[in-house]
Design a protein around this ligand. Structure first.
Ligand SMILES: Cc1cc2nc3c(=O)[nH]c(=O)nc-3n(C[C@H](O)[C@H](O)[C@H](O)COP(=O)(O)O)c2cc1C
Length: 91
């Protein structure tokens, strides 16, 4: 499987978890791309992956702002039909 391991971490806790996920997925023999969302313009081609782990600390009851923005952009692309997989079973 092709796995996306996406995280935002301000003080390092979520990063430790993301690295444990990366190591576990590797040990299981899958391919994993670990991406730290550090700014609001990080772009991720989510359609390349079969499975995604998404992690963030909570700050003022919200995910980290760059992660919020990334998801807003993904939702917007999906709403405009820009985020469709060729295989309709994977929509
Ligand atoms: C400025 C700030 C605000 C936080 N706000 C919340 C919160 O609203 N709710 C909560 O459960 N934890 C809150 N926390 C705790 C963090 O979510 C927690 O320490 C988390 O492990 C941080 O993840 P990170 O080390 O990957 O950045 C806050 C921490 C900080 C530094």
């Amino acid at each position: 499987m092709n796995v996306l391991n996406l995280y935002f971490s301000s003080t390092g806790n979520t990063e430790k978890v993301a690295f444990r996920i990366r190591d576990a997925v590797n040990q299981l023999g899958h391919s994993v791309e670990t991406v730290k969302v550090t700014s609001e313009d990080v772009d991720v081609d989510v359609l390349k992956f079969d499975l995604a782990f998404v992690g963030s600390g909570v700050y003022g009851q919200l995910l980290g702002q760059p992660m919020v923005e990334l998801h807003r952009r993904l939702l917007s692309a999906r709403a405009q039909n820009e985020l469709l997989h060729e295989d309709p079973q994977r929509m």
